[in-house]
Write a protein that binds this ligand. Structure first.
Ligand code: GLU
Length: 336
């Protein structure tokens, strides 16, 4: 469907605000305490270094669009961003090339298949389909401006640092561990070239993608990054504009449809917020116009989503009234 007719209509925004700082802080602490002893899930082991993560770690953070900060537990513990990088690199690609171009090159539909599926590419004539799974994410990384892969990588590192409001660095150990074992991603890169979807050296693009996945962040950083997307593209902590409001809207739409791997539909049904997770145990959910909640806890469900992270953010979504689909009658029924 051509988006142009819609783009001629001015974009109004959804309204509503979070409760005051004290109430949000109280709820963040409550959610953290409530799920700290949850023992379900297992730590990812397909990237060797991730298997060594401490399953007891649990951090939770909320950042309001007015810059309010709420950190609980291990909110400042560093881990690799992994797949969560996909949503922010996607935002950088749309900022550079525009909505329609990126939609056509990468696609916006759910594949219904695993994040690292080669079959998804084969079934769709080599079209990556979706920027939140590896084929689409690798094609998206290639769209980031830069004459060389080193320039693309620096552009990504700087761009994600602007979302976080501090200089992010790559975790060299995670990068090396993944670079030695990412045959599937290299195969996806070659398949994209074979189908004419990637015109650059696939190994170099996959290397940049592997680096972006190894960026070291905290739950606090992820909440600031998400809150920037909730705040029309302005980082609520630094006050700097990172991307446009249109880029935030486009990014969040794709994240809502596919951010939690094969559980994306279930998550939207239960929690009603765009959210993205990564295999190191990070997860961030964005409430447009209000703020973002992020968590870090390494044990994952079978789809690859942090168990404690989903529970704590789900709790906050309900308690803070963040579900985008929840409403109440405008004219309250009269009390009998
Ligand atoms: N770097 C990981 C990969 O491409 C990211 C996976 C993830 O977090 O889903 O396999």
């Amino acid at each position: 469907m051509d988006p142009t007719p819609f783009q001629e209509v001015p974009q109004s925004v959804s309204t509503g605000a979070l409760p005051g700082w004290l109430r949000v802080d109280e709820l963040v602490r409550e959610a953290h305490a409530r799920y700290a002893s949850e023992a379900a899930g297992s730590v990812a082991d397909y990237i060797p270094v991730l298997a060594a993560a401490d399953p007891g770690l649990f951090g939770l953070a909320v950042i309001d669009v007015d810059g309010g900060v709420h950190d609980a537990g291990d909110a400042l513990h560093a881990f690799s961003i992994q797949s969560i990088s996909k949503m922010f690199v996607y935002a950088l690609a749309i900022a550079e090339h525009g909505h329609a171009h990126v939609r056509d090159v990468v696609g916006v539909n759910n594949t219904g298949l695993a994040f690292n599926s080669l079959m998804a590419l084969e079934l769709n004539g080599g079209h990556p389909m979706n920027p939140m799974v590896n084929a689409g994410a690798i094609a998206t990384t290639a769209l980031v401006p830069g004459a060389t892969s080193a320039e693309k990588w620096e552009r990504i590192r700087e761009g994600l640092s602007a979302f976080a409001g501090r200089q992010l660095r790559m975790d060299g150990e995670v990068y090396r561990s993944e670079a030695e074992t990412n045959d599937r991603n290299r195969a996806i890169g070659r398949l994209l070239v074979g189908y004419g979807r990637l015109n650059e050296d696939p190994d170099e693009i996959v290397d940049v993608y592997t680096r972006q996945c190894a960026l070291s962040v905290t739950a606090h950083d992820l909440a600031v990054m998400g809150a920037t997307l909730a705040d029309g593209g302005v980082n609520p902590v630094t006050g700097d504009r990172v991307v446009s409001a249109d880029v935030c809207r486009d990014t969040l739409a794709v994240v809502a449809s596919s951010g939690l791997y094969e559980r994306s539909g279930e998550w939207l049904f239960e929690i009603g917020l765009p959210a993205k997770s990564g295999v190191a145990g990070g997860i961030v959910a964005v409430a447009p116009g209000k703020g973002a909640a992020a968590a870090f806890s390494p044990p994952l469900d079978s789809a690859g989503n942090s168990v404690r992270g989903q529970l704590a953010i789900g709790h906050l979504s309900r308690a803070l009234g963040l579900n985008l689909f929840a409403s109440a009658p405008a004219r309250l029924e009269e009390q009998p």
